[in-house]
Design a protein around this ligand. Structure first.
Ligand SMILES: Nc1ncnc2c1ncn2[C@@H]1O[C@H](COP(=O)(O)OP(=O)(O)OP(=O)(O)O)[C@@H](O)[C@H]1O
Ligand SMILES: [Mg+2]
Length: 368
């Protein structure tokens, strides 16, 4: 990936992996064709399927139930898909998440038309089990966090679907950074759970969270000030290896020419970008940005919105964005959650939240 220009060509994952039954059965001819294709597919892509199964096995073993894991992985290139109905509902959910990774076939020079029938066959098999939607990537579930008498988070729940940009807003002290600290396991909640790809993070260490694919930037930049820009970013690449080198990522954020400079010498806005590069270098699936616009000029903030979107596309990220700069959040977020004194007071699209009476009173003020 070069410097942040347009996104590379990609193929969108199918929007609905599962027929929810509201649209009637599939057209019989299509079903027959899909069946034929599904049977042909293993032979056509035998070697590739072995790779895909290995991939399915490798991705976050902890996320899926052990039983479903074993059974799903028993599907090899000679086996038909008929065995799938035996898998429990949870297992199928996780299998479906993984099935999305069959997109990787597309990188392996297999025709997309050959992959689609497999996904459709999977969908039909799980239909009787009524699995309606893929899991959210992140679920913050009824989390309470207290500091002595202060209730920083009070039964807060929100979720982020894969590929979404989710805004988290609210007045000073509302609990936004605390939520980030709970998600990244710097804090342990007093109540509630945080799940990533359906599995709790509460038994995971902060470094384990990064290995699971969650990276963040900090409200107050936290770089290794004595180290060069490149070495700071290498820390991220070391935490979780991905396809991108630290140098690639520095090129992407347009800091490559400064790579040998000590991080401490550079202006605050540049340091924020180094921190962002460090986060990207750990190949995250979920990126938490805590006030990325802090210290930026108006013009830079405008560019930041477009940049966050481009990053989401280029790196296939889900983004959780804490920001006081309303123009930025409302312009870039798909959904917004609003906290006030540790409680969630609203959620919705940017337009819904902007028009919410409670949010206007607590935070936004009346529109002028
Ligand atoms: N480690 C801590 N010890 C004690 N109190 C804390 C700690 N961390 C946060 N708090 C308190 O929890 C509340 C929420 O703080 P938090 O930093 O999450 O707010 P925020 O929404 O990020 O605010 P801001 O917009 O100012 O960054 C505040 O009252 C804060 O003082
Ligand atoms: Mg904060």
């Amino acid at each position: 990936m070069g410097r942040a220009t347009g996104a590379p060509d990609g193929v969108e994952p199918p929007e609905r992996l599962v027929d929810d039954g509201t649209h009637g059965p599939l057209v019989p001819q299509r079903r027959n064709a899909a069946d034929r294709e599904a049977r042909r597919l293993p032979h056509l892509v035998a070697a590739r399927l072995a790779n895909a199964v290995a991939e399915l096995r490798g991705v976050d073993a902890a996320v899926s139930g052990a039983q479903a894991e074993q059974r799903a992985l028993a599907v090899d290139e000679d086996e038909r898909l008929d065995d799938l109905p035996d898998i429990g509902a949870d297992g199928v959910g996780s299998l479906l998440c993984r099935a999305r990774r069959i997109r990787q076939f597309l990188d392996l020079d297999v025709e997309p038309q050959l992959v689609q029938p497999l996904l459709e066959a999977l969908s039909r098999r799980v239909h009787p089990l009524r699995v309606f939607a893929p899991l959210p990537l992140l679920e913050v579930d009824n989390v309470t966090k207290r500091f002595g008498g202060i209730v920083a988070l009070d039964g807060v729940s929100f979720a982020a679907e894969p590929g979404e940009i989710v805004g988290l807003i609210g007045p000073n002290g509302a609990g936004k950074t605390t939520a980030f600290n709970v998600i990244t396991r710097l804090y342990t909640p007093d109540e509630g759970d945080v799940r990533f790809e359906g599995a709790s993070l509460l038994g995971t260490s902060p470094s384990g969270v990064i290995r699971r694919g969650i990276a963040r930037t900090f409200q107050n930049v936290e770089l290794f000030k004595g180290m060069s820009v490149l070495d700071n970013v290498r820390v991220g690449a070391h935490a979780r290896h991905g396809e991108q080198s630290a140098e690639d990522v520095l090129f992407y954020v347009n800091l490559h020419s400064l790579r040998h400079r000590p991080a401490a010498e550079l202006p605050y806005g540049t340091q924020k970008r180094i921190e962002l590069a460090r986060a990207l270098a750990s190949s995250p699936r979920l990126l938490l940005l805590d006030e990325p616009a802090g210290g930026l000029s108006h013009e830079e903030v405008d560019q930041l919105g477009a940049f966050i979107r481009r990053m989401r596309d280029d790196y296939e990220l889900t983004v959780l964005l804490v920001e006081h700069h309303m123009g930025l959040v409302m312009g870039v977020a798909d959904r917004v959650h609003v906290l006030d004194f540790g409680r969630k007071i609203a959620e919705g699209t940017p337009a819904e939240v902007r028009g919410d009476k409670g949010v206007i009173e607590a935070y936004l003020g009346a529109p002028t």
